[in-house]
Design a binder for this molecule. Structure first.
Ligand SMILES: Nc1nc2c(ncn2[C@@H]2O[C@H](COP(=O)(O)OP(=O)(O)OP(=O)(O)O)[C@@H](O)[C@H]2O)c(=O)[nH]1
Ligand SMILES: [Mg+2]
Length: 356
């Protein structure tokens, strides 16, 4: 009797859900069940061991989503723009997932809570899924977790995955590296001559966005960015002894006559949506460009290489820590520091211990 009551209750449904095995969970996620998607994400985010089981089980279903990285200076309007892009994509019938990554935040909350509040107008729509990820100490771990979360969303049939990261450090560059199309967001008045955009971050941009175009100085920021792009291009021309411009490459009879993507500078006002349709058109044009050239595969290969190397590193460190005790590791480090041995010999010793 009690069982019957339990069976019909929400508690029983919850219990049945908890008892689902991995394949069922993936099946449900692929059918768009938000709870299953959320649960898979929590698993891959929290445990490397869980990711090692889940990713192989769903990897065959991935590779279809268009992953868009959104990065740039704090407060430049990334979240507002992601919000607007998501709404515009929904109007065009794309299923959209948003992943907000904050490498500086040790736990979910703070700034990300603000993002959630702002993204409130998107909730309640089944075609939108929003998730925040925050650093738990290791930055490498965060890029790994982000990569695994993206795979879950890709397998769950989201057409477009928007990944927002704050700042301009290595973590952002790594996370942006997982994207097919990377947007770098700048805003007027954030420092003279757009110094807030670091050289490294400019290099990863497929599209530059000057948001807050309603603010004074927007035209100047656009001009500075265009100048920086031209300078960058001129340096490439000098460096390689030939132009990277598509027509010039074709005129030269260069072997590589595939069209080269010219990084555009787009203006937007994220608070009222001005320029967002046009930005989305450019984003989709970049996707088409990647598909028509071998850019899409090249990006997938870059990502795969990086992921294999990161996993090798993680796996090796695990083995190292299992094979060599904490005391022995400390002794080895002290011996190298005291010049009793050198780092090369130390590593040779470590390899011997791991092999046996
Ligand atoms: N005037 C104006 N304000 C904007 C625009 N876009 C965003 N803002 C405002 O700028 C502030 C920061 O916007 P966010 O979208 O949180 O910027 P963010 O880059 O995500 O910020 P962090 O995630 O904290 O780095 C908010 O108060 C927005 O309302 C815009 O186009 N024009
Ligand atoms: Mg934000």
């Amino acid at each position: 009797m009690l069982l019957l009551i339990l069976y019909g209750s929400g508690l029983a449904r919850a219990l049945r859900f908890i008892m689902l095995d991995l394949d069922d969970l993936i099946e449900q996620a692929r059918n768009g069940r938000s709870r299953a998607i959320a649960r898979l994400i929590t698993k891959v985010e929290n445990s490397q061991a869980a990711a090692a089981k889940i990713v192989p089980a769903l990897y065959a279903f991935t590779g279809k989503a268009h992953i868009i990285g959104v990065t740039g200076a704090p407060g430049s309007g990334k979240s507002s723009l992601v919000n607007e892009l998501a709404k515009t994509l929904r109007r065009r019938d794309h299923k959209v997932a948003i992943v907000a990554v904050d490498p500086s935040s040790p736990f979910t909350g703070g700034a990300l809570l603000g993002d959630r509040v702002r993204m409130r107008d998107l909730s309640g729509d089944k075609g939108i899924f929003i998730r925040s990820l925050a650093s738990r100490g290791s930055l490498g771990g965060l890029s790994q977790a982000t990569a695994a979360v993206i795979k879950v969303l890709d397998a769950a049939k989201f057409d477009t995955i928007l990944v927002e990261t704050v700042g301009a450090g290595q973590a952002e560059v790594d996370i942006a590296g997982a994207a097919h199309t990377t947007l770098v967001i700048e805003a007027p008045g954030m420092g003279d001559d757009v110094q807030s955009i670091k050289a490294g971050i400019l290099e990863i941009a497929d599209i530059l966005v000057v948001n807050k175009a309603d603010r004074p100085g927007a035209a100047r920021t656009v001009r500075s960015l265009k100048t920086m792009l031209q300078l960058g291009q001129a340096m490439m021309v000098n460096h390689h002894g030939r132009s990277l411009q598509a027509p010039a490459a074709a005129a030269n009879g260069s072997q590589n006559d595939e069209p080269v993507w010219q990084v555009p500078v787009q203006e937007t006002v994220a608070i009222d949506g001005t320029g967002v349709e046009a930005l989305l058109d450019v984003i989709l044009a970049h996707k088409t460009h990647l598909q028509l050239t071998d850019g899409w595969l090249a990006q997938e290969k870059r990502r795969s290489r990086r992921e294999i190397e990161a996993l090798l590193h993680l796996r090796f460190m695990e083995q190292f820590q299992t094979a060599v005790s904490q005391d022995d590791r400390e002794q080895l480090i002290t011996a190298v520091a005291n010049r009793e041995t050198d780092p090369y010999t130390a590593v040779t010793e470590i390899f011997k211990q791991i092999k046996t």
